[in-house]
Write a protein that binds this ligand. Structure first.
Ligand code: HEM
Length: 352
């Protein structure tokens, strides 16, 4: 299905773009000669890959036992640093800040939801979680943007080189005990999270009746976030490498073979999700792959859920509707894409 890709050597199916007019093309696992990798897009195949003990999550070289031990140590430290008690404590600090910012959003006149709400909230959260000075956070956000841009387009050597050159300066500023809460956590919270929320809010803006549903029923907010993550997603694909011979679906995968997991496609597999291309905030059990799954699932998942709920709640509680004032422009690349800005007009309930 290489013809569906923009470039045969880059795993970027245009149908996996969130704003694509056509649905992601889902097909049985196949070996792609140009990518030198198996390509998985069916939900059940991607799930099998996440669950397989015969796949390492490194697309470049086979992992060693030392790599695995270091990764396990990193996960354990992150789990401890992101304990439920710690998440509650951060939530108590960040929620009033987010609520106050929501109160400043104008009613009835244009505002950029990303610049005025999502990005500053995410930056405050990034500073809080990584333990850096909020003034310093604003400066570091620019450096972090270089790293994020390279993650959004992992096949651009110039972006990669720029990211590599700023990484030491960025790393030097973070001293949290858990590695996941240092520079990489800062990049994820100050840049990746706004991108994911930009997609989520764009999806809600495209579906005003769904915005109205969560406005009327705030009990839907948690499941709405899961559905928005499934529907709007962010990262297009993840990479794996087989550490032993294995079978996934009809594919006989040999040790050393590389795999590409098209997670956006799998999140829209009609075999797993009824009407997969519709945003349905009432959908239950939207077990999506936006934050990965299995033993290497995102360790920041509960933090991201807490933050996403904290940011959606005041918006939909305060405003009964919102509409885009102009078409959005998109940023990013084959790794992930999201709207650059969300120019909107917000409206409160009309009281008669
Ligand atoms: C919206 C923001 C984020 C998204 C979309 C995201 C998504 C993901 C995904 C899809 C994976 C699985 C990778 C794989 O299976 O190969 C992952 C892993 C990971 N994430 Fe996140 N993440 C985000 C933010 C964060 C944050 C804030 C942290 C830290 C606080 C974090 C820490 C990690 C770590 C350490 C892993 C590696 C886990 C492992 O390999 O065992 N992520 N993330």
């Amino acid at each position: 299905m290489q013809k569906l890709r923009e470039e045969s050597s880059i795993p970027a199916w245009s149908s996996d773009e969130f704003d694509s007019p056509v649905s992601p093309h889902i097909e049985p696992a196949y070996f792609d000669k140009d990518l030198d990798a198996w390509v998985l897009s069916r939900y059940e195949d991607v799930l099998a890959a996440f669950r397989s003990s015969g796949l390492g999550n490194n697309g470049k070289s086979l992992r060693t036992t030392e790599d695995d031990e270091a990764m396990e140590k990193m996960r354990a430290e992150a789990r401890e640093a992101l304990s439920p008690a710690q998440l509650r404590a951060w939530s108590e600090v960040i929620t009033p800040i987010i609520q106050a910012r929501a109160q400043t959003l104008p009613e009835g006149s244009p505002v950029d939801l990303l610049d005025s709400y999502v990005r500053p909230n995410c930056l405050d959260l990034a500073a809080l979680v990584t333990g850096i000075d909020p003034q310093e956070a604003a400066r570091l956000r620019t450096l972090a943007g270089t790293v994020s841009a390279a993650a959004a387009e992992p096949y651009d050597p110039a972006l990669r080189a720029e990211a590599k050159s700023v990484t030491p300066a960025l790393q030097a500023c973070f001293h949290a005990r858990a590695e996941a809460l240092r520079d990489s956590g800062f990049v994820a919270l100050s840049h990746t999270l706004p991108c994911m929320l930009a997609n989520a809010f764009y999806a809600l803006l495209q579906n005003p009746q769904q915005w109205a549903l969560v406005h009327l029923e705030s009990g839907l907010i948690e499941q709405a976030i899961e559905e928005l993550m499934r529907h709007a997603g962010l990262g297009r694909f993840l990479r794996r490498q087989a550490t032993e011979d294995l079978v996934i679906g009809d594919a006989f995968i040999r040790q050393g073979d590389r795999l590409i997991l098209r997670i956006i496609a799998a999140n829209h597999d009609p075999v797993r999700f009824a009407q997969p291309h519709e945003l349905d905030v009432c959908r239950r059990g939207a077990a999506h792959f936006t934050l990965g799954a299995g033993s290497h699932a995102c360790v920041g998942a509960s933090l991201l859920r807490m933050a996403s709920v904290a940011m959606l709640r005041p918006l939909v509680e305060l405003f009964s509707s919102a509409s885009l004032t102009e078409p959005v422009t998109w940023q990013g690349g084959s790794g992930f894409r999201s709207p650059k800005n969300l120019p909107v007009v917000l409206r409160r309930d009309v009281v008669s």
